[in-house]
Design a protein around this ligand. Structure first.
Ligand code: GN1
Ligand code: MG
Length: 342
């Protein structure tokens, strides 16, 4: 780690590192050097096959903000002494960003006010680029939130996956098939010109928002999956991860519930930040957004279980099955919640 940091200058000679609890894909550390704080991240290059695209995207976005004199806060990575945005090592790519002073991250959403703040921040992020042509961005993970593609990967796993696991999961397979109408709804949405492709974050979990000490949102972080996309991706992942007090790791499914006040907070926060960006059709698709993303995550966990956990990994034998069942349970709770459109 010290070697990596030295690419950024000699002030990192006496630095200390603390591993921050990370996601399933990338790893993150907080670095202290010379009285200043930074964030160091290792990018999983199995998942992001060309990390330079991430850096190029962030630079395009930063240039755009500058060209319109926007004061939107975008956290761009620091450059090495050789002016590179990434450091390549045998075990992946690393990048260093400034740590925003007086900021904190939250790992579990505990109030609907936090859900509102986060949704406002993700809405504001997309809104800040409303005059930017999103198709200029490069795709850092192809077909990342393409539900049709995810369904095809599921079908492929039914053909080629672990036979024993497939045999034991007839119930789950049936349930996944039962929700196929969501794939159809997704396909018709993306063919509908009133659903616009915008600058979309694609990873709207709460730990990707920085908060100030009084729980006001400051900005969003982790721009790896920023690509052209649809509002229902960002809204959907907020619903998937904020509505229930128990997360995707919970194996006691009785703890999973859908909190209506959190749903309304997400819709309100996002709408307040987006102002009149969303079309009438998009405004009627908030509930679809939640179904779309919860379903896609159930599909991805189950597919990975059939593929012997090669994408998400597993900390115990049936980990990805539990995660898939958990998400299917959440999907059922969401459908039963009778949440009406605002
Ligand atoms: C992965 O690494 P993390 O936790 O931010 C995944 C998301 C999933 C999430 C499920 C690049 O995100 O799409 O929703 O796991 N990211 C990638 O926990 O696959
Ligand atoms: Mg991420």
């Amino acid at each position: 780690m010290k070697n990596i940091l030295l690419h950024y200058g000699s002030q990192f000679e006496n630095s200390t590192l603390e591993l921050l609890s990370g996601g399933l894909i990338n790893q993150t550390w907080k670095v202290e050097a010379n009285g200043e704080s930074f964030i160091l991240q290792r990018i999983n290059h199995q998942v992001f096959s060309d990390p330079q695209k991430i850096a190029d995207n962030i630079r395009l976005l930063a240039d755009h903000l500058k060209s319109i004199n926007s004061n939107y806060k975008l956290i761009a990575p620091l450059k090495t002494t050789k002016r590179a945005e990434l450091v390549r090592e045998a075990d992946g790519y690393f990048r260093l960003s400034p740590f925003v002073k007086n900021s904190k991250t939250i790992h579990v959403v505990e109030t609907s006010a936090q859900a509102y703040e986060a949704a406002f921040q993700f809405g504001q992020f997309t809104q800040a680029f409303s005059k930017f042509n999103a198709s200029q961005l490069q795709t850092t993970i192809p077909d990342f939130h393409n539900l049709k593609f995810r369904y095809q990967q599921f079908l492929d796993s039914l053909q080629n996956g672990n036979a024993q696991r497939l045999q034991a999961c007839a119930e789950e397979i049936k349930e996944i098939e039962h929700y196929y109408f969501l794939v159809d709804q997704y396909v018709s949405a993306i063919h509908n010109p009133t659903f616009k492709q915008r600058v979309t974050h694609h990873d709207t979990k709460i730990s990707n928002v920085l908060f100030d000490p009084s729980d006001k949102g400051i900005c969003v972080i982790d721009l790896d999956t920023v690509m052209p996309g649809y509002f229902f991706s960002d809204i959907g992942d907020m619903m998937r991860t904020y509505l229930s007090p128990a997360n995707e790791e919970e194996s006691d499914f009785t703890k999973i519930e859908v909190r209506p006040d959190y749903y309304h907070a997400i819709v309100q926060g996002y709408s307040d930040a987006m102002k009149d960006e969303l079309s009438k059709e998009e405004n009627s698709a908030f509930f679809f957004a939640g179904q779309f993303l919860i379903y896609m995550q159930a599909l991805r966990f189950l597919t990975d279980y059939f593929n012997d956990d090669r994408y998400y990994g597993a900390r115990y034998e049936h980990h990805n099955l539990i995660r898939a069942q958990n998400q299917l349970h959440l999907l059922r709770c969401f459908a039963d919640s009778k949440l009406v459109e605002l």
